[in-house]
Design a protein around this ligand. Structure first.
Ligand code: ADP
Length: 323
């Protein structure tokens, strides 16, 4: 049956969003449907920024970071009035279903729209990997590789100067990026939002590493941890004498978001984008399309919105074992 659908990207951009847009547009068109792209996330939904998409419109974007549709944060959408205008705009064009590519906040917004009666399907995309209902999100693998490249480089300069480097990575309240960057980068210590940090223990680990003749030390700090880069630096300032190393800190920030998507994110985004269109074809709405046990899975919003994603404690133990 012919359908009309729309797709938007919302919240923080993530490498691979374009690959997901491409998959939604091309799978939709192959089904014989009309596909609209919405500019600038929920803001475009409210302002009526819709464009009919052709297969060519999504040509050459698979390998590009960011999002060709644009993204935005839109406080108006958090109100019933704002969402009512959005639904009116969608209905005016005869659009029967909306695909929302984005993170936690965006999916919470999509859930609200769904509860007001509009058919929505979400696609899990954020470099924070903080969405329940999926093991991995679009963008996190590329962000991890960017963080790793920075860590490897900082290790080289740290070794030359007998320094300890604190490297702060993104992830909001989720420690996934810090944990995996710390494990893959061989960090001496990792601070995470999910665990309480004992800075004394980290200071001890550094002075021990120094005493054993290590010529560098690395601490990966999550931005949302109790001890982020600023707080750790402050603590170490007071304990400079016992550390051995001199300490420097680097906040990676938005540089982690801007890269071109790697193979893993392009493939994941293609799978999830196609999975969203298949859910619409089944008329299965109010779900997040993610990956569970390596299978594209639709999880009802009711089961994942507002839930906290658990940290992989085994991975944390492994990182501690190898530090
Ligand atoms: P992300 O999707 O990357 O987590 P945000 O948290 O900034 O990004 O959310 C993106 C947008 O989603 C917000 O600007 C807002 O328009 C919408 N949004 C977030 N939370 C809600 C909510 N509880 N209800 C309705 N809309 C929401």
């Amino acid at each position: 049956m012919k359908k009309s659908i729309a797709v938007l990207t919302s919240g923080g951009d993530a490498p691979g969003m374009n690959a997901a847009i491409r998959a939604v547009v091309r799978t939709g068109l192959k089904n014989g449907w009309d596909v609209y792209g919405v500019r600038n996330g929920y803001r475009g939904l409210i302002n009526g920024q819709f464009d009919r998409m052709s297969s060519r419109d999504v040509g050459g974007i698979l390998q590009r970071g960011g999002t060709i549709l644009g993204s935005a944060r839109c406080p108006e959408f958090t109100t019933v009035e704002g969402r009512t205008v959005a639904i009116r705009n969608l209905n005016r064009l005869g659009i029967e279903a909306l695909v929302v590519i984005g993170g936690n906040g965006s999916q919470a917004g999509a859930h609200e729209l769904y509860k007001m009666g509009f058919p929505v399907v979400g696609v899990a995309s954020t470099i924070d990997n903080d969405l329940a209902g999926t093991e991995i999100t679009i963008g996190v693998d590329t962000a991890l590789n960017i963080a790793l490249e920075a860590i490897d480089r900082l290790k080289v300069t740290a070794s030359s100067h007998q320094r300890a480097f604190i490297i702060e990575v993104m992830g909001r309240k989720c420690g996934y990026l810090a944990l995996t960057a710390g494990l893959a980068g061989g960090a001496e210590a990792i601070t995470l939002p999910e665990h309480e940090t004992d800075p004394e223990e980290i200071a001890e680990a550094l002075s021990l590493a120094y005493a054993h003749g290590k010529n560098h030390a690395l601490i990966v700090a999550a931005e949302g941890a109790d001890y982020n880069a600023a707080k750790l630096t402050e603590f170490f300032k007071e304990h400079r004498d016992r550390l051995g190393f001199s300490v420097r800190s680097t906040i990676l920030g938005h540089v982690q978001r801007g890269g071109e998507p790697g193979a893993a994110d392009r493939i994941l985004a293609s799978k999830l984008g196609c999975g969203a269109v298949q859910a619409i074809a089944r008329e299965e709405y109010g779900v997040l399309i993610g990956l569970i046990n390596n299978k594209v899975t639709a999880t009802p919003y009711d089961d994942m919105v507002g839930k906290v994603k658990e940290l992989d404690e085994e991975l944390f133990e492994l990182a501690r074992l190898l530090d």
